[in-house]
Design a protein around this ligand. Structure first.
Ligand code: KDG
Ligand code: MG
Length: 405
């Protein structure tokens, strides 16, 4: 029995922020939804999908998920890359959604069933000062989180990754025709961050897990220094301590610290992890279902990591749409080698545009039991929110040199 794809539509909209969504329909009336959002480069993926891929999807058997993945990832000749892989991710998510809907079960049941009852998450605590940060940590603890990512301003530096300028939510991409320029000072950061960890540990005690995202800003030896300095305060992990495309750099970091390391949100293939996982240079793989190749690829990554004790900790910021987050949660629930899930609250208008079945309670998420992955796009509602160009910031050192953001 076959189930033919009859249409593949790409919808670009901005309920709360920009999103690219793929809607696949089959000849027996099933609809599958995929997230193809690539922050700051949305239209490239939309064109890749609608100009090059959608025409090839028509008539294919929606049940041949693995063959379709290989058809576009290998059959396309040009391998990998964020645009290609975001497109493939959306197709894969939509086809798994259709498969689970056809079976009448939540997606995790097709992925081996639940390996746990609920998914532990970490929240984002942020503040320009340590006092503000402590207030934000407290709010997360009050909401039930047992793990928090701590990001704060560095004295003498005007901007900070992960910290909003004013009150309210943090959203790094900003609307406009050019990226905003931010500032960075590595020595000031390296002096400040251990004091922040000490203070937060002191105020909140030993039980709370503390995470921190360096966002690729340190050289390997600087990252090693940070790891050593934070070690007494027991970080749960240090994320993207050094640019991820230099896997040998992680050998240097590893040689000097036992602080757990997480990386991978900018990766778009399991191949990017071969050395990092194979040599046990990291402890958590951080890919997004939307960027690494969908449900099939994220599950494969979790299983590769299991061989080496590297746990899956999927990327879950606001630029992963509720469709991407929903698909992620089914994998988190099903795979054995799961670590923790990032969870950033979405703009309420985003949640109105993307009805979904996942639920948050007491620091944990569950994907829900609706057939499929449980999320979709309300197209009529979303039509009111037109795409606006927006970019991630760029970063400069105090002397004006461009630096990793
Ligand atoms: O698009 C970039 C963001 O997703 C990224 O800055 C978020 O680093 C991030 C994280 O860990 O959530
Ligand atoms: Mg990150």
């Amino acid at each position: 029995m076959t189930r033919r794809i009859t249409s593949a539509e790409v919808i670009v909209c901005a309920p709360g922020r920009n999103f690219v969504t793929l809607k696949i329909t089959t000849d027996d009336g099933l609809i599958g939804w995929g997230d193809a959002t690539l922050n700051g480069r949305e239209l490239a993926v939309a064109s890749y999908l609608s100009d090059h891929i959608a025409p090839l999807l028509i008539g294919r058997d929606a049940q041949r998920i693995e063959d379709t993945w290989q058809y576009f990832a290998v059959g396309g000749y040009w391998r990998r890359g964020p645009v290609t892989m975001a497109a493939i991710s959306a197709i894969d998510m939509a086809l798994w959604d259709i498969a689970a809907k056809a079976a009448g079960v939540p997606l995790y049941q097709l992925l081996g069933g639940a390996s746990r009852d609920r998914i532990r998450t970490y929240g984002h605590a942020m503040g320009r000062t340590v006092d503000e940060l402590a207030g934000s940590v407290q709010a997360l603890v009050d909401a039930g989180f047992t793990a928090v990512r701590i990001q704060t301003g560095v004295p003498g530096v005007d901007t900070a990754y992960g910290v909003p300028d004013g009150d309210g939510r943090y959203e790094p991409a900003s609307a406009g025709s050019r990226p905003v320029e931010e500032a960075w000072d590595t020595p000031a950061y390296l002096r400040h961050m251990p004091r922040v960890f000490a203070e937060i540990r002191e105020r909140f005690g030993e039980d709370l897990d503390l995470l921190h995202d360096v966002h690729h800003r340190l050289t390997p030896i600087e990252a090693a220094q940070l790891g050593r300095a934070l070690e007494p305060h027991r970080p749960f992990w240090i994320e993207d301590a050094t640019p991820a495309e230099n896997p040998e750099g992680f050998r240097v970091v590893r040689a000097h610290t036992t602080a757990p390391l997480a990386t991978g949100e900018v990766f778009n293939s399991i191949h990017d992890y071969r050395q990092l996982i194979g040599e046990q240079l990291i402890d958590y793989s951080r890919s997004a279902v939307t960027h690494v190749g969908g449900v099939s690829a994220l599950k494969r990554l979790a299983e590769f990591g299991e061989l080496y004790g590297v746990r899956l900790a999927p990327h879950g910021p606001t630029d992963i749409s509720p469709i991407g987050l929903a698909a992620t949660l089914h994998i988190d629930l099903a795979v054995h080698g799961f670590g923790i899930q990032e969870f950033m609250p979405r703009d309420p208008v985003t949640l109105d545009a993307f009805p979904n079945a996942f639920r948050f309670e007491d620091g944990h998420l569950h994907p829900g039991d609706a057939p499929g992955h449980g999320a979709s796009l309300d197209e009529d509602f979303a039509e009111e929110f037109a795409y606006t160009p927006a970019y991630l910031p760029v970063n400069r050192l105090t002397d004006g040199t461009l630096h990793d953001w």
